[in-house]
Design a protein. Structure first.
Length: 718
């Protein structure tokens, strides 16, 4: 037997309901039989458990007939076989989710590809099967272009049947280095590999590479870049023509396989072309020039055929179109020219309204001119909308005559049939562009999937660059096209290689819209706004300690502000110097005598889902005991004052320090030592009469300074 019998083809994908029904039908006849536990283990060559399912077949043949195994049961597995089976003979088909292929149990240790090599397991009691191994290998596939450059985001299909490619049984996507690893593909059969560009479609499908059965291997695939055709389209006097549709038709099938529109320079480029031959059709969107194929014909059979090779760029396929003969309009009622971006604008829809009802519409030619011939007398409001522009053109803002964004604010236009109208010219404002680079904090490399959105002054999101569906090139670059005005930017993103999501912020580095910096967009101009994003919570402003720094006083901590504030949880750890204070883990802390002489900080840890960050406050001033100072005095002799200063500190009998004595505002003594809380001093040469003395205590490293109330001393004259 060379493979799975015809009656079992595709049994690995039989619907679970069908399998269960068959199992019930088969088992019902043997329900009265004693069931036996049949267990075992299934491993990959690497030793990892096999995740998948196992289908059990029972020998239903009568004695003397050839073996005929029929479906009995099916169970999911994660490295372990565990079935309850009646007495009988069985075979086991093992399907691996990771390799997406089936093998057959063999008692000698290694599963086999074909049922013909499977081991029949005889069950007449509980059975523990020897561990069976699916012969697998690790295969690394490298995908490069025709120049040997690594290609990322290319899909690679794997199959034992080359006709099932390019997607096959297994598939994976190449990483930034152009490789994809398949850790457990079957080693007991030949496999075929093929690459496909399932995203940008800029590369041709690779040829099939076949890998013979064996051990760990590397497969190299080459994907040639698809070809292109480019050129310039011109019109009268060789002037470049924008807004010309250019389409490529496969000469074999006649199918339209690529299309583009000329830019403001008349340039076009048809990309993503497989090697082959093509007819190129040029059609003017504005109807001013005659459509034709390359070669100047309207018949594809006589057109000039362009041959494109793989990984080749065909250039210089230029064409000059013939202008359509047009009879100039007469009897115009309303006319004018539409400009914008420094030139006249074609393809602008101009609509005339009277009393809110549209009466007529027309479209400007490349010269920007519009005209109406059938308007009746009255007052009209006129709107202007650019229908489409060249591929390299920034859009234009719709407006009403004259320079109004709303019909109610527009300037009315009077129409008098038969009178020669004065041109009603308008200039449409052009969008501006905001560009920039979004990168990770501390990195000079952009993230692969930036997400940037613009917010207008009313809080409306008016433009976005959401790239979560795919990476941008070059990484981190974004571009927003916006009408002139002022905007805020919301910036975030994801980096695929590092599998990192970044915290959103408002430009420039603000956690709130209110604190964000606005960016101004001018007509036709470019502005730049770069951003560096954090992947974890970070403090924008550090926590702060506030309160009186004395034993017995309660100080409090702020959370600080973080780059993500909504729904955060916080944990506090109070610190005495560099040491954590045991049990001090709340937003407040009551100081103790142990804190005297130390500075206090608080370390705040913030949580938001699986994000975390830590920030520490600045150190407080030193924690000190409070002091109180009093002064008293007398005059023992002529022009002398004897002063006694007492410094009281709770729990401290000898606080130390010095005092300074003032008479009024004049310092009359300084650095007088305080001994056991007392300092005495006799001052000579004092003015006679009533004098007022105060004492200021200096404090120490553990005691606060303090100043006494004034004491009055009557200094003697004699």
């Amino acid at each position: 037997m060379s493979g799975v019998p015809v009656r079992r083809t595709g049994i690995a994908v039989v619907a679970a309901m069908f399998a269960a029904l068959l199992s019930m039908l088969v088992q019902s006849s043997a329900h009265a039989d004693t069931l036996n536990a049949v267990t075992g283990a299934v491993r990959y060559t690497s030793g990892a458990p096999v995740s998948g399912f196992v289908t059990v077949y029972q020998n239903q043949a009568a004695p003397g007939d050839p073996a005929d195994f029929e479906l009995y049961d099916e169970n999911n597995i994660n490295g372990t076989l565990d079935f309850d089976l009646p007495n009988g003979s069985y075979e086991f088909e093992i399907f691996s989710f990771e390799s997406d292929m089936s093998s057959w149990y063999k008692s000698t240790g290694t599963a086999v590809v074909d049922e013909s090599g499977a081991s029949a397991v005889n069950v007449a009691g509980n059975v523990t099967l020897p561990t069976t191994t699916l012969s697998t290998r690790k295969v690394t596939v490298s995908v490069k272009d025709g120049n040997g450059n690594a290609l990322r985001n290319m899909d690679v299909g794997v199959s034992a049947d080359p006709t099932e490619l390019p997607y096959g049984d297994l598939s994976g996507t190449t990483s930034s280095n152009g490789t994809v690893v398949f850790p457990n593909v079957p080693a007991d059969r030949a496999l075929s590999f093929q690459g496909i560009d399932d995203g940008g479609n800029n590369y041709e499908i690779s040829n099939v590479a076949t890998l013979a059965s064996g051990n760990a291997s590397t497969v190299s695939l080459t994907m040639l870049r698809r070809g292109s055709i480019s050129g310039v389209v011109t019109g009268t006097a060789n002037a470049p023509l924008d807004l010309v549709d250019v389409d490529a038709y496969d000469t074999t099938t006649g199918d339209n396989v690529a299309g583009t529109v000329t830019d403001s320079h008349g340039d076009y480029s048809l990309t993503g072309l497989d090697a082959g031959t093509y007819n190129i059709l040029f059609s003017d969107e504005e109807g001013e020039y005659v459509s034709q194929y390359l070669g100047g014909t309207d018949d594809p059979a006589t057109a000039t055929v362009v041959t494109v090779a793989a990984d080749a760029a065909v250039t210089g396929k230029n064409v000059t179109l013939t202008k359509v003969a047009v009879t100039p309009p007469t009897g115009t009622d309303l006319t004018g020219v539409v400009s914008g971006g420094g030139s006249t604008l074609g393809n602008v829809l101009v609509r005339a309204f009277r009393n809110g009802v549209e009466k007529d519409e027309t479209v400007t030619g490349r010269n920007g001119r519009y005209s109406f011939q059938d308007l009746t007398a009255g007052s009209y409001q006129v709107s202007y909308s650019r229908l489409s522009g060249a591929s390299d053109e920034l859009p234009f803002v719709d407006q009403w005559y004259l320079n109004s964004r709303a019909s109610g604010d527009s300037t009315p236009v009077a129409v008098t049939p038969g009178a020669t109208p004065t041109d009603k010219n308008v200039t449409l404002p052009q969008y501006g562009v905001v560009t920039g680079l979004v990168k990770a904090d501390g990195s000079n490399t952009g993230i692969t999937n930036p997400d940037v959105e613009a917010i207008d002054p009313d809080g409306n999101y008016v433009g976005g660059n959401d790239n979560y569906d795919g990476p941008v090139t070059p990484a981190g670059q974004y571009s927003l096209e916006l009408p002139p005005g002022t905007y805020n930017l919301s910036i975030g993103g994801y980096d695929a290689p590092s599998e990192t999501s970044f915290i959103y912020e408002y430009w420039d580095n603000s956690t709130t819209l209110a604190g964000a910096k606005q960016i101004t967009v001018s007509s036709g101009a470019s502005s730049t706004a770069n951003a560096s994003l954090a992947k974890d919570l970070q403090a924008v402003t550090a926590p702060k300690v506030s309160g009186v720094l004395r034993p017995g006083s309660t100080v409090s901590a702020s959370t600080g502000t973080w780059n993500l504030m909504a729904n955060n949880d916080y944990y506090y750890q109070w610190m005495r110097g560099s040491s954590a204070i045991g049990g001090a883990t709340g937003p407040t802390y009551t100081l103790t005598s142990a804190d005297v002489g130390s500075k206090i900080t608080v370390k705040v840890t913030a949580w938001h889902d699986n994000l975390t960050g830590t920030a520490t406050s600045a150190a407080s001033t030193t924690v000190k005991r409070a002091s109180s100072t009093t002064i008293s005095g007398s005059s023992p002799k002529k022009k002398k004052a004897k002063l006694t200063v007492k410094v009281a500190v709770s729990g401290v009998s000898n606080p130390g320090g010095t005092v300074t004595i003032k008479r009024g505002s004049k310092v009359v003594a300084s650095n007088v030592a305080v001994v056991s809380g007392v300092a005495t001093i006799t001052l000579s040469g004092q003015p006679t009469g009533k004098q007022h003395y105060t004492a200021t205590y200096s404090g120490t490293g553990s005691v606060e300074a303090s100043t006494s109330a004034a004491a009055t001393v009557k200094v003697k004259k004699k």
